[in-house]
Structures are given as structure tokens and as C-alpha cells.
Design a binder for this molecule. Structure first.
Ligand code: SD4
Length: 336
């Protein structure tokens, strides 16, 4: 588990990134290469390390980026200690666990589900929406119904620990996100602040795919959907340019069509980090007072395998996995 490992911060010569090794046994820490070579997979937050390692199994065998990202993000979706993604996610304020996810491949195909209940792996349903229906997006009961038709089992996703946290929250019923509390405690999310896994991979052929999955903001209004399942907001990939994904307060990402913006900026020649920075600055410029109190982070990769990130607040990290290093955790730069 990444939360038990030691974090070592280095300044990366030549690369404007702080690099963090999470391996206690590592004697040396490799600075992040700007172009790491292919294949490569990157994802948001510390729990991205285990997810990347799973994706790597597919990528290292020459497999397709799409298969890699689906397999990768299923790791936090299945993790019962993670209350922010998939099974055991914290519920909405009415006690429903509702999940959001989307996936996009190198051909521009995409699929998404939102506000879906009772199905533990929303990313796989998003992929099936993409591959087996003429549609892009299924929500609520329709998404659950489709999942059941595809052979998925309906199950109770509200686990006792999440139910306890919800009942605790109900006593005050006050929603106050605490910025980055997940990483400060080494836990990828608590009842007041959620993480999302957004993952981007380039396979040996240089094809890109991305996946994004979350249980959304804890104790959100019933029916609330954030940026994570929205193509262009929580995730966007374009095989000519690269890809981007986001984490944080989804409403601000949707308002600025964040991931699409990052990819289009890279198309204009911005580096991944500069594109993420510009997207963050748009959010800050439009709502300077709100921005002081919230976190939004973008993560991006271009077709050369160069990656970068930028967040509103300190504390955002992302995981990188390539042939040189399987457990790299990097601190993204931030505005504040
Ligand atoms: C949402 N963006 O539902 C997600 C939550 C998240 O860190 O990423 N939190 O708005």
C-alpha cells in the first residue's frame, strides 16, 4: 500500500517536476524522464501506482492501451479500503452509492455511465456502452439495467464502513470539502473529499486510451454527476495529440470543459504541463474566490510520452509507470 511507504522528494534536473519514490527499498530515485518512451501509463493520485502496475501487465506484453486502462482502474474500483472509487464508495446524502465512469480509445470511440447503482465496475459498463450500443452515455437505472443485461451482478455497494461514515455525516449534514486531505493522511479520500482515478496510456504502437472512474463527491445530492464520466470534462484523448484527465471539484472542470481544453492546447504546441496550467488558470480567472477553497488537478500526456500535471492547490500527485520505473509518484505543480 502506498500509504505505508516512504516519500522522498527530489528536484528533477532538467524536468520541472518534483519526483517522489514510494518504494522503501529503493536505494536510488530516478528523476522523471520527460519523454519516457513507450509504452507508458500515468494516473492520478497515489492509488494510481497499483492501478498502473495492473495496466502495465497488458502494456508490457504489447497489449492495447484500451485493455490496459480498463484493467488498471478496476484495481481501485475493487479496493474495499478505498471509499472514493467503485465498490465501497461513500454514498450520496440519501445513502445511495452512485458511480460515474468513462472510457475513450484511440479511434475516438467513447462510452460512459453516470449515477449508476449496484454495479461494482462502472468502467467495464462504460466500455460495453461504447462497444455494444449505438450510444455514448447511459445513466441511472438505464445504466444498471444494461449492466445486468450484459451479465453483471447487482450487489449492495454500501458497505458498513461507508454507511457508518454517512450516518456520522447526517448528524450535521454539512458539506465542506477539505483540500487534499486524502494525501495528507495517506488515504486516498475521506468522507469530505474524494479522489478519482483518471488513467492515460500509450501502448507500444503509440495508440492512446484513457479511463476515468469515481464514486463522485461524498454525500452529494442524489442525482449529482461530476466531471469524471463526461467526455471532454473528466477525460479526453485524441490519437493525433495525446490525452488529459482531471480530479477535484467536477463542477469547475465541467464549466471549463477541462480535459478537452488541455488536449486542444497541446495540439497548439503547449507541453502537457503548460496545457494543464492554462486550464487551471481558466478556472481561477473565472472564479478567483471559489478557486482559493477548492482543488482541481489536470494530468496530461502527449503522443511522445511526455507528461505533466498542474493543480490549483498543492498536494496533487500522479503515478507514472514505464519500463524504467513501475512505482513512481510525482508531485504536480500548483497555482497556490
Ligand atoms: C467529481 N471529480 O465527482 C470528481 C471527484 C474527484 O477528487 O475527483 N475528487 O467531481
Amino acid at each position: 500500500m502506498y500509504n505505508r511507504r516512504k516519500f522522498i522528494k527530489l528536484s528533477a534536473a532538467g524536468a520541472s517536476l518534483a519526483v517522489v519514490s514510494t518504494d522503501l527499498l529503493a536505494k536510488t530515485v530516478t528523476a522523471a524522464p520527460l519523454a519516457a518512451g513507450l509504452p507508458i501509463v500515468i494516473s492520478t493520485w497515489g492509488f494510481g501506482i497499483a492501478a498502473n502496475q495492473e495496466a502495465w501487465k497488458t502494456l508490457s506484453k504489447g497489449g492495447r492501451a484500451l485493455d490496459a486502462v480498463e484493467a488498471g482502474v478496476k484495481i481501485p474500483e475493487a479496493d474495499l479500503t478505498n471509499h472514493t472509487v467503485g465498490r465501497s464508495g461513500y454514498p450520496d446524502r440519501d445513502g445511495h452509492v452512485t458511480l460515474d465512469a468513462c472510457i475513450m480509445d484511440e479511434k475516438g470511440n467513447c462510452g460512459a455511465v453516470a449515477a449508476m447503482e449496484y454495479i461494482a465496475h462502472p468502467i467495464s459498463i462504460a466500455r460495453l456502452v461504447m462497444e455494444k450500443t449505438p450510444h455514448v452515455f447511459l445513466v441511472g437505472e438505464g445504466a444498471t439495467q444494461f449492466a445486468v443485461e450484459q451479465g453483471f451482478k447487482k450487489e449492495r455497494l454500501l458497505l458498513p464502513s461507508s454507511e457508518k461514515a454517512w450516518k456520522e455525516w447526517l448528524k450535521k449534514a454539512e458539506y465542506k470539502p477539505i483540500i487534499n486531505i486524502e494525501d495528507s493522511k495517506g488515504i486516498p479520500g475521506n468522507q469530505y473529499n474524494h479522489d478519482t482515478i483518471g488513467m492515460l496510456a500509450l501502448d507500444v504502437k503509440g495508440n492512446i486510451s484513457g479511463a476515468c472512474t469515481t464514486s463522485g463527491m461524498a454525500f452529494k445530492m442524489h442525482g449529482r454527476v461530476g466531471d469524471s464520466p463526461i467526455i471532454g470534462a473528466g477525460l479526453y484523448v485524441d490519437n493525433e495529440v495525446g490525452g488529459a484527465t482531471s480530479t477535484g471539484v467536477g463542477e469547475e472542470v465541467i464549466r471549463n470543459v477541462g480535459s478537452f481544453l488541455v488536449v486542444e492546447l497541446m495540439r497548439q504546441g503547449y507541453t502537457p504541463e503548460a496545457a494543464c496550467k492554462e486550464a487551471v488558470q481558466r478556472i481561477i480567472k473565472k472564479k478567483p474566490d471559489t478557486a482559493k477553497e477548492i482543488q482541481v488537478g489536470f494530468l496530461a500526456i502527449n503522443k511522445k510520452g511526455e507528461y505533466g500535471a498542474y493543480a490549483i492547490q498543492k498536494g496533487f500527485s500522479f503515478a507514472v509507470c514505464n519500463k524504467n520505473k513501475q512505482d513512481l509518484l510525482i508531485k504536480g505543480k500548483s497555482f497556490y
